[in-house]
Design a protein around this ligand. Structure first.
Ligand SMILES: NC(=O)c1ccc[n+]([C@@H]2O[C@H](COP(=O)([O-])OP(=O)(O)OC[C@H]3O[C@@H](n4cnc5c(N)ncnc54)[C@H](OP(=O)(O)O)[C@@H]3O)[C@@H](O)[C@H]2O)c1
Length: 325
């Protein structure tokens, strides 16, 4: 499996990052351990989580995903050095525990390290922009964590081009850590947020990119083709917005290219991201070892120029009917 440099960090990662929001949500602890073991056995080496995962599950408070990863690391002493751990700060955990202030970042990093049962976070993301925290304060807090050896690199999620450019300017002017990795939403269907000024900026600045919702919450696997298919899925609400004519065109193109390779649509959707300009690695999750095997096949799938163009055209937001259903 080819490994790719993650921007200007010293991390080199396999071309697919495990999405940890399923741990304690759609994957119970025993399943999560099996998935993590299989992930490493397939040769992958980076795991993405966040302090807030999975606070949306009734009865959860956030931290459940990190705690499962922590117990897996504790149960498998040899594994810590085989994986890079990415986590995030900034989402609202309730009781004022949110945002990117220096005070909260210092506390949140210690909380994450404790749950993860490790002494370092390899890549620490600002989860969402915080208009109330100046970049200088946030990046200064990261500098203190880095000096203490608690984090190694910093990244940002959900920033637009103007916000990322402003943050990079502060890093350069003040000699503070820079956001070396971006985590945007990006997949064959949701393209407008990344393509354009943001992609131009990450290419110009050699910023690593790990994309989220890479499978559009499972829609790009092709298993949801009608409202009836959503019944019984905990992802149903998130997938509904894709059930329109443009979504169907994308699935048809995925079906065609998948048939060319004897592959599955999810594998083609991930291979398209892996071959997309600016993208270092998609983040994707799985809830079974069968799905995980599919993610591994995606990392070996090579699309031809013609296949890539066919997929690009099917999801092209600039096409005559754009995003309209
Ligand atoms: N930075 C942010 O703001 C942000 C926001 C959201 C997510 N994320 C990150 O991105 C990661 C990925 O997001 P996500 O897991 O929500 O969405 P996703 O990767 O787009 O969808 C993954 C889901 O699709 C289904 N799936 C995967 N492989 C499949 C296959 N071969 N066949 C059929 N179904 C398959 C599984 O769900 P089922 O089995 O349940 O159908 C799986 O959990 C998260 O874990 C998180 O780390 C970041």
């Amino acid at each position: 499996m080819d490994h790719r440099p993650l921007g200007r960090t010293d991390l080199r990662i396999a071309p697919l990052v495990f999405g940890g929001n399923v741990f304690g949500w759609t994957a119970d602890e025993a399943t999560s351990f099996r998935l993590l073991d299989a992930f490493v056995d397939h040769g992958f080496d980076a795991i993405d989580t966040a302090d807030v995962y999975s606070a949306w599950v009734p009865g959860h408070r956030g931290g459940e995903s990190e705690a499962i990863i922590g117990r897996w690391l504790a149960a498998n002493p040899g594994k810590r050095d085989k994986v890079s751990i990415f986590t995030k700060v900034g989402s609202d955990l309730g009781e004022g525990r949110k945002g990117l202030s220096a005070r909260w970042i210092a506390q949140a990093a210690d909380d994450s390290l404790r749950r993860l049962q490790t002494d370092r976070i390899d890549l620490y993301f600002s989860h969402w922009p915080d208009a109330e925290a100046p970049y200088e304060e946030t990046l200064g807090a990261y500098e203190a964590l880095r000096a203490a050896g608690k984090i190694r690199h910093v990244g940002a999620s959900n920033l637009d081009a103007a916000q990322l450019e402003a943050a990079l300017g502060v890093s350069a002017a003040k000699g503070l850590p820079r956001y070396d990795v971006l985590q945007p939403e990006y997949n064959l269907y949701d393209r407008a947020g990344f393509e354009g000024p943001l992609r131009d900026l990450v290419l110009r600045e050699a910023i690593g990119v790990v994309t989220y919702f890479s499978l559009a919450s499972g829609f790009l696997s092709g298993k949801y083709r009608s409202e009836a298919d959503l019944a019984g899925s905990r992802r149903g609400d998130a997938v509904k917005k894709y059930l329109n004519a443009r979504g169907q065109r994308i699935l048809s193109a995925l079906d065609e290219v998948a048939a060319d390779h004897g592959a599955r649509p999810a594998e083609v959707a991930l291979a398209w991201l892996m071959a997309s300009p600016g993208v270092t690695a998609p983040i994707a999750s799985a809830t079974s070892t069968e799905q995980l095997a599919s993610l591994a096949r995606a990392a070996e799938l090579r699309l031809s120029t013609e296949q890539k163009a066919r997929l690009d055209a099917a999801g092209d937001t600039a096409s005559q009917d754009g995003n309209r259903p």
